[in-house]
Design a protein around this ligand. Structure first.
Ligand code: BGP
Length: 474
C-alpha cells in the first residue's frame, strides 16, 4: 500500500509580489519601478506602459492593497491560516531607488526587517523573490534594462545589501520571477527585462545578463550564508502536442525550449546545444566575457520554484491557431480541458506531469510557488464569499502533487498558492481577477475600503494545512 501523506517538512503557504500588494509607491524614499508606470487593462486590452507617470491615468501598483501599511494585519491572517512559509518579493526600488546608487536606502531595508520580524514572530518562514517583475524604472531609461551588462553589477550590489542584512532572517530565496517570461517579448520583455521593445538578439543578450546575475547571486549568497537555499523561478508553461502527428510532437519540443533554455542554464550551468545551434543558424552573436561560463557553472540553483496555472498545446499547422486570439501564447485550445473566465485552461493532472518532467530532467527539489484560480468573487449580503470554484481548483491540484510525491517519488518542497490575499493582477492590472483566501475590498479603479475578510476557502485551506494535506474536503 502506498503511504499518501505529505512530508512533515512540507512548506504550506501562500505567495505574493511587492508591486502587486505593497502600494506606498513613493514612501520611505522608494524609487519608481517599471510596474509603477503600468496602467490597468483587462484580458482583452493590454496594460499601457507610459513614459513616466501621466496625470489622469490609473496605476494600480501605487496603492495596490496597501500591504505597506497593513502588513501586520495581513501576516496575522496568514498565521491564522497556519502558514509555514510566505513567498513575497523585495522591491528593488525600496533598497536602491534608482538602481545604480552605491549605498542602500535605510528606510527600505528597515521596512523588510519589520516584515520579516513579523513573519518570524509567528514561525512563518519567508521565501523571498529578489526580483518579481520590478526593476528600477531609472535603469530602463538610462541603460535599456537588462540589455546592458552594467545592470548585472547593480543587481549584485542589491543582492549583497539584502543578503547581508537579512542573512539570519531569510533562508529561502529565488532570483528572478518567471525568468522565461522574457522570451515572450511584448509586455513580458518589459516586466522581465525592462525593455520597451527588443529583437531576438536583444532578448537573448538580456537573458544572458539575467542568467549571469542569477548565478552571481547564488555564488555571493553562499559566501554570505552557506545555509541559504537559492532557487530559480520559471513560469511553467507546459505544452502538449495538439495531435500525435510527429510534426506536432516536434513543434511541442521546439516550443518547450523557451522554458527549458532558462532552466537548463540555471540548473545545469551551461547553455543547451539547441540554443547554441539557434544562435549559429540565425547569426545571433551574444556578447559574453571570458569567465562567464565559469560563473554559470558555479552558480547553479538549489531548487526549482515554478508557477503553474494552465497548459497549452503546440501545433505544426499554424492555420489551426484562432485569429486575434488574446493572451501571450497563441495555440489551439485543448478540447479536453475547461477554462477560467480569463481563458486559462485548467489542468490539475498537468501539474503532476510537469512535476515529473522537471524532476526527471534536473533531479533537484521542486517548489510550486504559484498556482491558483483567478475568478470574480461575489460578496453575499451577509458578507460571506462562497468560493467553491477556488476550493475545487486547489484541491484538485493538491491531489496531483500528492500523487507526484507518493507515487512518482518527486522531491517537492512546498506549495504557495498565488495571491493568498487578493492583489493586483500582473497581466491585466485588475483587482476583480481574484485568487485570495482573504478578500480585499478594492475595485479596478481604486475604489473600496481596503478592508480584509475571510472567504470560505480561508477556512478550507486552514484545515488543509492543519491536516498536512490529508483533509481536502470542502
Ligand atoms: C504569474 C506572475 C504573478 C501573477 C500570476 C497570475 O505570471 O508571476 O505575478 O500575477 O502570474 O497572473 P495574473 O495576475 O495575470 O492573473
Amino acid at each position: 500500500m502506498t503511504n499518501m501523506e505529505f512530508p512533515t517538512t512540507f512548506l504550506w503557504g501562500g505567495a505574493t509580489a511587492a508591486n502587486q500588494i505593497e502600494g506606498g509607491y513613493q514612501e520611505g524614499s522608494k524609487g519608481l519601478s517599471i510596474s509603477d508606470v503600468m496602467t490597468n487593462g483587462s484580458h482583452l486590452v493590454e496594460r499601457e506602459i507610459t513614459d513616466g507617470i501621466i496625470e489622469g491615468k490609473y496605476y494600480p501598483s501605487h496603492t495596490a492593497i496597501d500591504f505597506y501599511h497593513r502588513y501586520k494585519e495581513d501576516i496575522k491572517l496568514f498565521a491564522e491560516l497556519g502558514f509555514k512559509c510566505y513567498r513575497m518579493s523585495i522591491a528593488w526600488t525600496r533598497i536602491f531607488p534608482n538602481g545604480d546608487e552605491s549605498e542602500p536606502n535605510e528606510a527600505g531595508l528597515k521596512f523588510y526587517d519589520d516584515v520579516f520580524d513579523e513573519l518570524l514572530k509567528y514561525g512563518i518562514e519567508p521565501v523571498v523573490t529578489l526580483s518579481h517583475y520590478e526593476m528600477p524604472y531609472y535603469l530602463t531609461q538610462k541603460y535599456a534594462g537588462w540589455s546592458d551588462r552594467k545592470v548585472v553589477g547593480f543587481f549584485e550590489n542589491y543582492c549583497e545589501a539584502v543578503f547581508t542584512r537579512y542573512k539570519d532572517k531569510v533562508k529561502y530565496w529565488m532570483t528572478f520571477n518567471e525568468i522565461n517570461g522574457l522570451s515572450v517579448a511584448g509586455p513580458a520583455a518589459w516586466a522581465g527585462g525592462g525593455m520597451l521593445s527588443a529583437d531576438t538578439k536583444m532578448i537573448y543578450q538580456a537573458a544572458h545578463h539575467l542568467l549571469l546575475a542569477s548565478a552571481k547571486a547564488v555564488k555571493l549568497g553562499k559566501t554570505i550564508n552557506p545555509d541559504f537555499q537559492i532557487g530559480m523561478m520559471a513560469g511553467m508553461l507546459n505544452r502538449y502536442p495538439f495531435s500525435c502527428n510527429p510534426d506536432d510532437v516536434l513543434a511541442c519540443i521546439e516550443d518547450m525550449r523557451e522554458v527549458y533554455f532558462f532552466c537548463d542554464v540555471m540548473c545545469r550551468g551551461y547553455y543547451p546545444a539547441f540554443v547554441l545551434k539557434q544562435f549559429e543558424r540565425e547569426g545571433i552573436k551574444i556578447e559574453m566575457e571570458a569567465g562567464d561560463a565559469a560563473i554559470l557553472k558555479e552558480g547553479t540553483v538549489a531548487y526549482i520554484g515554478f508557477s503553474y496555472y494552465m497548459t497549452f498545446t503546440s501545433t505544426a499547422d499554424k492555420s489551426l491557431i484562432p485569429k486575434d486570439m488574446p493572451g501571450f501564447i497563441k495555440a489551439p485550445k485543448n478540447p479536453y480541458l475547461e477554462e477560467s473566465d480569463w481563458g486559462w485552461q485548467i489542468d490539475p493532472a498537468g501539474l503532476r506531469i510537469v512535476l515529473n518532467i522537471l524532476y526527471d530532467r534536473y533531479q533537484i527539489p521542486l517548489f510550486v510557488v504559484e498556482n491558483g484560480l483567478g475568478a470574480i468573487d461575489k460578496v453575499e449580503e451577509n458578507g460571506e464569499i462562497i468560493d467553491d470554484y477556488r476550493i475545487n481548483y486547489l484541491a484538485a491540484h493538491i491531489q496531483e502533487m500528492n500523487k507526484a510525491i507518493n507515487i512518482d517519488g518527486v522531491d517537492l518542497m512546498g506549495y504557495t498558492p498565488w495571491g493568498c490575499i487578493d492583489l493586483v493582477s500582473a497581466s491585466t492590472g485588475e483587482m476583480k481577477k481574484r485568487y485570495g483566501f482573504i478578500y480585499v475590498d478594492r475595485d479596478d479603479i481604486g475604489g473600496g475600503t481596503l478592508e480584509r475578510s475571510r472567504k470560505k476557502s480561508f477556512y478550507w485551506y486552514k484545515k488543509v494545512i492543519e491536516s498536512n494535506g490529508a483533509n481536502l474536503e470542502n
